[in-house]
Ligand binder design. Sequence first.
Ligand code: AP5
Ligand code: MG
Length: 217
Amino acid sequence: MRIVLLGAPGAGKGTQCKRIVEKYGVQHLSSGDILRKERAAETELGAKAQSYMDSGGLVPDELIVKMMAGAISKAPQEGYVLDGFPRTVNQAEQLDKSLVSNGQKIDAVVDLKVNEKIIMGRMTGRRSCPKCGAVYHLENLKPKVDGKCDRDGTELVQRPDDKPEVVKKRLDTYYEQTEPVIGYYKRNGSVLELDATNSADKVSAKLFEKLEALAGR
Ligand code: AP5
Ligand code: MG
């Protein structure tokens, strides 16, 4: 199964992707996570991406498309769920071209819908594990031990781009450059729209219901 998960910053893409991976055994391909790993490893790509990420803008398409094509080519037979990619109409077109040339297609495009007030609360309360990438929230999804990752006990951190002023810029970037991607997929097929303002459990229950209905068609 190949899924594209769309949604504004903080909509819960990473959170839902982890559940999709557990249920369907596909690979989670998050462009943001891959970029953060490149930065941590101090690679050339990581250095190039840094200023764009820290200011809430987008990393140039040519760098992202190459990076994600590499990740997709290594994905297992079970498939993958794309999180944070494509994020511009140009990226979506490039992805489609490479899928066509590999004889593949995306099975489902899902859009997680939230409002700005919820987004702000989710971003400012988010804490992540710098080692395994697990995501928590100070109120909504607390770790078992305060400040420590449930999986490996690593000290949780706040992402530098979750400062309120950067979140505002990321939202502007989303409306200008990423929202049009929803229209692109609607014109070229269909988009499963999900109310993502509910609890993570309710959102994933609905998401699985929709994916299964699609698979049974
Ligand atoms: P990226 O890492 O992709 O960030 P994002 O899209 O802004 O999304 P987030 O990761 O912030 O949110 P999310 O939707 O994953 O929410 P989460 O599940 O964590 O990108 C970072 C940067 O990299 C970009 O700004 C850009 O510079 C660059 N980049 C990445 N991809 C690129 C591309 N394709 N092209 C160009 N540049 C690119 O949830 C958020 C919080 O809410 C958590 O605390 C979670 O516990 C909580 N939560 C989740 N769901 C719920 C729920 N249902 N109820 C209550 N709380 C919830
Ligand atoms: Mg994420």
